[in-house]
Write a protein that binds this ligand. Structure first.
Ligand code: PXL
Length: 283
């Protein structure tokens, strides 16, 4: 058997609501990887759709955890960051990338901070600037269209854009530093939704969409990012990994609609895991 790849997932734990680590860990484990976690904060629920959530910032734990891991000589084949607990964590996470990246290790930054034209309630514009800096340390970034606008410090265009805009956006996002960009929530047709990918070295741009479901589905960015990373670590090219991530995310949404689940509790990603494993070809 090949050696098992090891991942460090740096996200919050939203105890209920299926996003961040409660999504990334099961998906990446099911995909066959040894997924370590470095929680950035613990919240009773995520911040999108619940009142009165608790919030424990774990900034002070990052350095001691990293020191212990260093003493164990740990290295990771992929480092995957998402929702961060404080502005101070941006530099700490960049240090984690430098310290723990294996030779040929992959750094994937999901600049989780905004959706539907708005920053999440716990984030400030200062955080958006910091996230742009962190993207400069990544090989691959996975913003949605709102996050892309915040990263580039420009206005969110909403649903009105064309292919030229998307391709210019992809190029400008990659000039923040990452070689590869996967932009989520992209569509040129009201009945479709998917992602656009760009590799600045090969110059390849690709699109992949599926039929759009009505409404907003919480946590799908984390489902998408985790499936994308799984694809990349299984050796898929960027466009193929983005396609797998769109297909899997679409299936999770479909199952959520079928089960008539309350949307703020996230999507039914668990029941679609066999489908993901099939797509990855890794049974
Ligand atoms: O899914 C992104 C996310 C992650 N973590 C927390 C969030 C959100 C989105 O709202 O609130 C705490």
């Amino acid at each position: 058997m090949n050696q098992q790849k090891r991942i460090m997932a740096v996200h919050d734990i939203s105890c209920m609501g299926r996003c961040s680590l409660t999504v990334a860990l099961p998906i990446l484990s099911a995909a066959g990887f040894d997924c370590g976690v470095l929680p950035t904060a613990v919240l009773s629920t995520h911040t999108g759709g619940f009142e009165g959530f608790t919030y424990r910032d774990l900034t002070e734990d990052i350095v001691p955890i990293a020191k212990h891991w260093q003493s164990l000589g740990l290295r990771f084949d992929a480092l995957y960051s998402g929702f961060l607990g404080s502005f101070k964590q941006i530099d700490l996470v960049a240090d984690l990338f430098d310290t723990f990246r294996a030779d040929d290790g992959l750094v994937l930054v999901d600049p989780v901070m905004a959706d539907n034209g708005k920053l999440y309630s716990v984030y400030t514009p200062e955080m958006a600037k910091g996230m742009a800096k962190l993207c400069g340390h990544a090989d691959v970034i996975v913003p949605n269209l709102t996050e892309a606008a915040f990263l580039l410090d420009e206005a969110y265009v909403g649903e009105t854009y064309d292919q030229l805009y998307i391709e210019d956006l992809l190029r400008r996002l990659s000039s923040l530093g990452p070689r590869k960009v996967v932009l989520t929530g992209v569509s040129f047709d009201p009945a479709a939704l998917g992602a656009a990918s760009y590799d600045s070295v090969t110059g390849e741009t690709a699109y992949y969409t599926e039929s759009r479901a009505d409404g907003y589905f919480h946590g799908t960015g984390d489902v998408f990012g985790s499936a994308l990373l799984a694809g990349l670590l299984h050796g898929a090219g960027l466009a193929d990994a983005a396609q797998t991530a769109v297909q899997y995310t679409r299936r999770c949404i479909e199952l959520t609609v079928e089960a008539d689940l309350e949307r703020r509790y996230g999507v039914c990603f668990e029941r679609a895991l066999p489908y993901l494993i099939d797509l990855l070809g890794c049974q």
